[in-house]
Design a protein around this ligand. Structure first.
Ligand code: C5P
Length: 224
């Protein structure tokens, strides 16, 4: 079997990674891996009480979680213990809990092994915070998306509205800033571009332009 191809897409909260990862995966005919969804599902399964557990207790709980992927392209489904990870993990409370749990080395080590196992035999568009730096450093195509916090909060607001949920723009901006701070400053695997990542500031670009830039760069690399 040919070596799986990995495309990494990293960046802060609300930058549009999931939408783009789906589209790029669809275009390439491969699965997409929402690693934020994996951290969220973990936070959702463990709950606030998870923060009080000792490392040994935490390891026992993490052992019970099995992640897998079904399908490919935009229809890829992330499963946790054979159940699709759904909108129950898309709340601000789960976002913040996921970000706090993600500072714990034992949680990151567990995620790293689970994510690398998924990429070992499947071509992927992998989106997250440390895909290009830590999880798939050998990936041939790496992208880092960024945008101003206010712009990202607006995008998140539109997402919540599309799900029929209420949200407040000022609170979203504050929550995004707090997560940025925590994600960029943690000691293990902080959010930052890989040295060889293609950095795209999406503040002034629409999704189509960002998509074209990513696909153009991948095809340029392949053909060039
Ligand atoms: O991308 P998303 O907002 O769904 O991620 C939720 C949280 O999970 C992030 O704020 C981040 O703390 C954590 N995360 C991470 N590493 C990843 C993906 C997500 O630390 N690769």
């Amino acid at each position: 079997m040919a070596e799986p191809i990995i495309v990494t897409l990293d960046g802060p909260a609300g930058v549009g990674k999931t939408t783009l990862a789906k589209r790029v995966a669809q275009e390439l005919g491969v699965a997409y891996l929402d690693t934020g969804g994996m951290f969220r599902a973990t936070a959702h399964a463990l709950g606030q009480d998870g923060l009080q557990l000792s490392n040994e207790e935490l390891a026992n709980e993490l052992e019970k979680l099995r992640f897998s992927l079904q399908g490919s392209g935009a229809d890829t489904v992330l499963l946790c213990n054979n159940r699709p990870v759904g909108d129950e993990v898309r709340t601000e409370a789960v976002s913040m809990l996921a970000s706090t749990m993600a500072t714990k080395p034992i949680v990151r080590e567990f995620q790293k092994q689970a994510q690398q196992a998924l990429g070992a035999d499947t071509s992927l568009v992998a989106e997250g915070r440390d895909m290009g730096t830590v999880i798939f450093p050998q990936a041939p195509h790496k992208f880092f998306l960024d945008a101003r916090p206010e712009e990202r909060a607006q995008r998140r607001l539109r997402q919540y509205q599309a799900m029929g949920k209420d949200a407040d723009l000022a609170e979203l901006t504050q929550s995004i800033r707090a997560r940025d701070e925590q994600d960029r400053n943690r000691t293990v695997a902080p959010l930052k571009p890989a040295d060889d990542a293609h950095i795209i500031d999406t503040s002034e670009l629409d999704k189509e332009q960002v998509f074209q830039e990513i696909i153009g760069s991948i095809q340029g690399n392949v053909n060039g």
